[in-house]
Ligand binder design. Structure first.
Ligand SMILES: [Zn+2]
Ligand SMILES: [Zn+2]
Length: 142
C-alpha cells in the first residue's frame, strides 16, 4: 500500500513505473491534433503535477523522448509505446501525465475540454464541462 497522497502509475507493459504525490494542479481533456495522433485517441485526459511530485521508480532507461514541438517534448516507453510524460518549455516546472496511466483515482476529475476547437470532426461531447480553445487552447470559446 502506498503512503498517503501517493499514487502509482505505469506504462502498458509495466517496464516504466512511477509515483506521483498529490495534490495535482489540473485535469482536463485535450483535443489538440498532436495528442490525438500521439495517443491514437479522440482526445487525451491529462493531469499535471509539479515536476518535484513525480518520481520514476523503474524503467527510466526505456523512457524515450520525442520533441513534438519547438517548446514541448513527449516521453514514451520504448518497449510498449505507451505515451507518458509531456513537458513544455512554457511551464518547465510542471509535467503532464495521462490520467489513464494511473492505477487509482487522483484528487480531481476532468474539469474542462482544452483545444476544443481543434477536436476531430467525429468527436461528439455531451458533458457540461467548459469548452476552451483559441491560440492557447485555454480561452473560453462557447
Ligand atoms: Zn512499456
Ligand atoms: Zn494536446
Amino acid at each position: 500500500m502506498s503512503p498517503a497522497g501517493e499514487i502509482a502509475g505505469g506504462c502498458l507493459c509495466g517496464t516504466v513505473r512511477f509515483t506521483i504525490t498529490l495534490p495535482t494542479l489540473f485535469c482536463g481533456h485535450c483535443h489538440c491534433t498532436m495528442c490525438r495522433r500521439n495517443h491514437g485517441a479522440a482526445y487525451v485526459t491529462w493531469f499535471a503535477v509539479p515536476r518535484a511530485q513525480l518520481a520514476v521508480d523503474a524503467g527510466r532507461d526505456h523512457l524515450t523522448r520525442y520533441e513534438s514541438s519547438a517548446h514541448g517534448s513527449r516521453s514514451f516507453c520504448a518497449r510498449c509505446g505507451s505515451s507518458l510524460f509531456c513537458v513544455s518549455a512554457r511551464h518547465p516546472d510542471v509535467v503532464d501525465i495521462p490520467l489513464a496511466n494511473m492505477e487509482a483515482p487522483i484528487d480531481r476529475i476532468p474539469e474542462s475540454h482544452i483545444y476544443f476547437d481543434d477536436r476531430a470532426s467525429w468527436t461528439i461531447v455531451g458533458d457540461a464541462l467548459p469548452r476552451l480553445g483559441g491560440a492557447t487552447g485555454l480561452e473560453p470559446i462557447e
